[in-house]
Design a protein around this ligand. Structure first.
Ligand SMILES: Nc1nc2c(ncn2[C@@H]2O[C@H](COP(=O)(O)OP(=O)(O)OP(=O)(O)O)[C@@H](O)[C@H]2O)c(=O)[nH]1
Ligand SMILES: Nc1nc2c(ncn2[C@@H]2O[C@H](COP(=O)(O)OP(=O)(O)OP(=O)(O)O)[C@@H](O)[C@H]2O)c(=O)[nH]1
Ligand SMILES: [Mg+2]
Ligand SMILES: [Mg+2]
Lengths: 278, 291
C-alpha cells in the first residue's frame, strides 16, 4: 500500500522531518529536499517509494565520495592521531582499532598523550593489557608532545607498524588547548618527516549541530583527515556527518558500535543510509 | 544572530507600512531555523512556533514601531517558560544520608559532575561520600578515586562487585561515619540497553535514592528527547545536570529534555575543573539558545 502513495507536499515534509531528526542540518536538509522535488519532476518519479529510493541513493552517493581505507605510509610506522572534544570515545576507539590491527598481524604501539585527565593513562593501560599491545606513557601532568616523541622513538626501535596517539578531550573553543594540540601535531610531523598518516576526529553520534563546528575548528588547527563516528549503537543517527562530508570534505572512515573491543567497523555508506531510514 | 535576521526581515517590510500576518510568518520561519540550528527538537520547535505565532499576530506586534524587538521578546518569554524556573533545590533526606544517583549516556560527564557536586555540597556544610558504582569502564573507579583525592573527599568502593551491593554498603558506611550525602557515580549506559537499564533499576531499588539526576551533554542533538524520555520512564529522574556548557554549543537539548519530561535542569557544568558547576538560569539559557 505504502509504495502506491502519491508524491505530495506531505511526503516532502515527512522526509524533511526524517532528516532533521537524524541531525542532518536544516540547511543541508532544505537543499536536499529542494533537489529532490526537482528530481521528482525531472525524472518523472511516479510515487513516494520512488522518491524515497532516489533520496537514499543520493545520500549514498554523497557519502561514497572520499570513501577510502586508512592511509598506509610507504615506510612504517603509520601514525594515527586521535583528537576530539571531551567524552566522545577517543580512548575506547583507539583500543578497538588496536585490536583490529593486531588481528591483522600488525605490531601496534599506543601513546598515552592524555596527560591531564584523572586516570586517563590508567584507562589506556588497561586497554593495552586487554588487547596485548604496549603503551608508551610518562607521568601524569607531563608534556603530551614529549610522550609522543618518546612513542615515535620507541616505534622505530621496536619496528612497530602502527602508532595510535591518544590525546586529552578538549573543547575546540579553548585556544590554549588547541595550541597544545598543534604542538603535538608539529612534533609528529618533525619526527616522521611528514604529517600524521591520519588525524582522526572522533565524534559522538549523539552530538547535534555542534559537530560541524567541531570539525571545522579541528580541521583548521590540525588538518583532520578523517572522522570516527562513535556510539552509533544508540538511537542517534549521526546525520551531521553529511554536512561535514559535503562542506568540509572530511570522509568518515570508522564507526564505533559499542563498548567492547570488537565494536568497530569500517564505514559503510549504504548501511549508514539504511539506518537513517529505519 | 536571530535579532539581526529578524531586523533584516522587518526592515524590508516597514517601508510598506502596516505589518501583516504573512510578514510575521516570514519572521517565524527565521525563528524556526534558529531553533533547529540550535538543536531544539523538531517537534518541540513545532509547538513552540505555534505558541509564539498565537502571540505574534496580536496587536502588540502588528502595530509596533520595532516589531523585531517584540517578536524576540515573545520568543524569549515562550522559551524561558518552557525552560522552567531556575530551581536548584536538591531533595535533602529527613534522616541522613541523602542519596544522590547520577545516571546518563556514556561520556556525558557523570564522574566529573559527581566530584563537582560533592565539592558544592561540602561548601554548603555537608559531609559527602562519593561511591564508585561504575564496575564496567576501565579505570573508572580509579578516576573517581583521583577526583575524590583531589578534593579530599572520601570515595567508597568495593572494586568490581554488584553495583547494587556497593550502593547498600556505601550508605551504611556513610551512616556509621556520619557522612550525610552519598553520591552514586554509575556507569554510562544506553537507554536501549535492557541489561544496563535493569542494572540502574536494581541500584535504585537497593537503597532509598532521594535525588536521581540525569547527566546530559549540552551538545546532544535531536536524540535528547528519546533518551530523556526513556530514562525518565525507567527511573524516577528528578532533574538534569547539563554539562559542557563552556563549549559554543547552543544547547537546544535543554528545552527538549525539559519540555518532554517536565523535569527541571538543576545544574550546569561549565568546565573540567571541580568548581565548574553552576545553578541553572533559564533566562541565560534562552539567550544562549537564541544565539
Ligand atoms: N555505547 C558506546 N559507548 C562507547 C562507544 N565508544 C566509547 N564509548 C563509551 O563512551 C565513554 C567515553 O569513552 P572514552 O573512550 O573514555 O572517551 P574519550 O573521548 O577518550 O574521553 P575523554 O578522554 O575524557 O575526552 C566510555 O564509557 C566508553 O565505553 C561506542 O561506540 N558505543
Ligand atoms: N569542558 C567540559 N568538560 C567536561 C565537563 N564535564 C565533564 N567534562 C569532561 O568530559 C569527559 C567525560 O567526563 P566523565 O566524567 O568521564 O564522563 P562520564 O559520564 O562519567 O563517562 P562514562 O562513565 O564513561 O559514561 C572528561 O574529559 C571530562 O573532563 C564540563 O562541564 N565541561
Ligand atoms: Mg580519553
Ligand atoms: Mg564515569
Amino acid at each position: 500500500l505504502m509504495s502506491r502513495r502519491g508524491i505530495d507536499d506531505e511526503l516532502f515534509e515527512e522526509l524533511e522531518e526524517l532528516l532533521v531528526r537524524a541531525d542532518v542540518s536544516i540547511h543541508t536538509t532544505t537543499r536536499l529536499v529542494e533537489e529532490l522535488r526537482e528530481a521528482a519532476r525531472r525524472e518523472k518519479l511516479r510515487d513516494a517509494e520512488g522518491v524515497r529510493a532516489y533520496l537514499r541513493q543520493e545520500l549514498v552517493n554523497l557519502l561514497m565520495e572520499g570513501h577510502r581505507p586508512l592511509t598506509q605510509p610507504p615506510t612504517p610506522p603509520a601514525v594515527y592521531l586521535f583528537v576530539g572534544v571531551n567524552g566522545v570515545g577517543k580512548t575506547t576507539s583507539i583500543a578497538k582499532l588496536a585490536h583490529l590491527l593486531k588481528r591483522r598481524r600488525q605490531k601496534v604501539l599506543l601513546a598515552a598523550a592524555d596527560t591531564f585527565r584523572a586516570a586517563a593513562i590508567d584507562q589506556l593501560e588497561v586497554w593495552g593489557q586487554r588487547v596485548g599491545v604496549d603503551v608508551i606513557r610518562q607521568k601524569e601532568g607531563s608534556d603530551p608532545a614529549a610522550v609522543v616523541f618518546d612513542a615515535l622513538q620507541a616505534a622505530r626501535a621496536r619496528r612497530a607498524d602502527v602508532v595510535l596517539v591518544d590525546t586529552a578531550g578538549r573543547l575546540h573553543t579553548k585556544t590554549n588547548l588547541m595550541e597544545e594540540l598543534r604542538k603535538v601535531h608539529r612534533v609528529i610531523e618533525r619526527e616522521l618527516g611528514r604529517p600524521p598518516d591520519e588525524t582522526l576526529l572522533v565524534l559522538d553520534a549523539t552530538t547535534g549541530q555542534n559537530a560541524v563546528s567541531q570539525a571545522r575548528t579541528f580541521k583548521d588547527a590540525v588538518n583532520v583527515t578523517g572522522l570516527v563516528l562513535a556510539k552509533l549503537d544508540g538511537t542517534a543517527k549521526g546525520g551531521n556527518i553529511l554536512t561535514i562530508q559535503n562542506e568540509l570534505k572530511i570522509p568518515i572512515l570508522l564507526v564505533g558500535t559499542g563498548e567492547q573491543l570488537d565494536a568497530i567497523e569500517e564505514f559503510n555508506p549504504k548501511q549508514f543510509v539504511d539506518a537513517l531510514f529505519a | 544572530s536571530l535579532t539581526d535576521r529578524l531586523q533584516g526581515i522587518f526592515k524590508g517590510l516597514r517601508n510598506r507600512g502596516k505589518l501583516t500576518e504573512p510578514d510575521v510568518n516570514d519572521a517565524l520561519r527565521q525563528v524556526r531555523l534558529a531553533l533547529l540550528e540550535a538543536d531544539v527538537n523538531f517537534r518541540v520547535v513545532k509547538e513552540l512556533i505555534a505558541a509564539i505565532k498565537q502571540r505574534a499576530i496580536g496587536q502588540e506586534v502588528l502595530q509596533s514601531l520595532t516589531p523585531e524587538q517584540h517578536v524576540i521578546k515573545i520568543v524569549h518569554e515562550e522559551m524561558t517558560k518552557l525552560l522552567g524556573e531556575g530551581e536548584a533545590k536538591l531533595q535533602i533526606a529527613a534522616k541522613p544520608p541523602t542519596v544522590i544517583m547520577l545516571v546518563g549516556l556514556q561520556g556525558s560527564g557523570k564522574t566529573t559532575q559527581a566530584g563537582k557536586l560533592a565539592l558544592y555540597l561540602r561548601k554548603q556544610g555537608k559531609r559527602p561520600l562519593l561511591a564508585a558504582l561504575d564496575v564496567h569502564r576501565p579505570a573508572a573507579i580509579k578516576q573517581l578515586q583521583v577526583v575524590g583525592a583531589g578534593l579530599d573527599i572520601p570515595v567508597f568502593t568495593l572494586g568490581e562487585q554488584d553495583p547494587a551491593q556497593i550502593a547498600r554498603a556505601a550508605v551504611s558506611h556513610a551512616e556509621s561515619h556520619t557522612l550525610d550525602v552519598v553520591i552514586l557515580d554509575t556507569a554510562g549506559r544506553l537507554h536501549v540497553d535492557d541489561q544496563m537499564m535493569a542494572e540502574a533499576k536494581r541500584i535504585a531499588a537497593a537503597v532509598t535514592v532521594h535525588e536521581t539526576l540525569l547527566v546530559v551533554d549540552a551538545m546532544t542533538g535531536q536524540d535528547a528527547v528519546n533518551m530523556a524520555e526513556a530514562f525518565t520512564e525507567a527511573l524516577p529522574v528528578d532533574g538534569f545536570i547539563l554539562t559542557k556548557l563552556d563549549s559554543d554549543t547552543r544547547g537546544g537539548a535543554a528545552i527538549s529534555i525539559r519540555a518532554v519530561t517536565g523535569r527541571p535542569i538543576k545544574f550546569v557544568g561549565v568546565g573540567e575543573k571541580m568548581d565548574a558547576l553552576e545553578v541553572f538560569h533559564p533566562d541565560r539559557m534562552a539567550n544562549r539558545i537564541l544565539g
